[in-house]
Each structure stands twice: as structure tokens, then as C-alpha cells.
Design a protein around this ligand. Structure first.
Ligand code: ZN
Ligand code: ZN
Length: 124
């Protein structure tokens, strides 16, 4: 006999039965990964504007495009090691990226974040 009886997922409108006692189905894990304990606080406001200006003065081109022999102006201040993965918010950990490169890098980081959240999850 199972320790926990199946319960419907608590996500609004879902109702899929879950058996691992988490009260969330596979599609709706609790958003613990949104605030990992190791995450670095993000610089914002006027200080961020100054950091962006400093970065683009130092490194005006997208580094990922440059690696492919393309010349594209950087418009995004990107963290080489994402803050969510413990990267520092300082000059050594930032690079200039163009919008498309930044979007695809963010997407793969988001996918990794979801994978981290799922690391402890096992299919019943
Ligand atoms: Zn659900
Ligand atoms: Zn680029």
C-alpha cells in the first residue's frame, strides 16, 4: 500500500493526480528554482546603466558573433556565468551580446534551470 494517496495537482485548472506527495504534477513543479539560494543579487538602476556604458565602451561588439567571424554591435549586458548559477555581477563575469545571441543563451540557461529543478524528481 502506497504511503501517500494520489492527490490532484494544486495548479489552478490542472487536477492531474500526483503520487509523490508534492501536490504538483510533472508539468507544474513548485517554483523553487526561481529563487536558488546561491543566486547573486542583480545590479539595477543607475549603477546598472553605468556598468552597461562601461562594458560597451570596453567591448562594443557581440562576442558570440565575433567568434563566428560576424561583426554585430552588442546591446545586451550578459553574465558569462549566470547569476542563478552563482556567477558574480562584476566586470569579469559580463560580456556584450547582441539581442539574438542573448535570447538564445538565456533560453538554454532557462532550460538548465528547469533541469536543475527536476534533478530530484523521479517518475513514479
Ligand atoms: Zn499540474
Ligand atoms: Zn551576436
Amino acid at each position: 500500500m502506497p504511503a501517500t494517496p494520489p492527490k490532484p495537482c494544486s495548479h489552478p485548472g490542472c487536477g492531474v493526480l500526483v503520487r509523490d506527495g508534492s501536490s504538483r504534477c510533472a508539468k507544474h513543479p513548485k517554483a523553487q528554482w526561481a529563487k536558488p539560494v546561491t543566486a547573486t543579487k542583480r545590479v539595477t538602476g543607475r549603477k546598472l546603466q553605468a556598468l552597461r556604458a562601461e562594458l560597451f565602451a570596453r567591448q562594443p561588439l557581440c562576442v558570440l558573433c565575433q567568434a563566428q567571424g560576424k561583426v554585430t554591435l552588442a546591446s545586451q549586458r550578459d553574465h558569462i556565468i549566470p547569476l542563478a548559477e552563482g556567477g558574480a555581477d562584476d566586470a569579469a563575469n559580463v560580456q556584450g551580446l547582441c539581442e539574438p545571441c542573448h535570447a538564445s543563451k538565456s533560453e538554454s540557461e532557462r532550460t538548465r534551470g528547469v533541469a536543475r529543478a527536476w534533478a530530484g524528481y523521479r517518475d513514479p
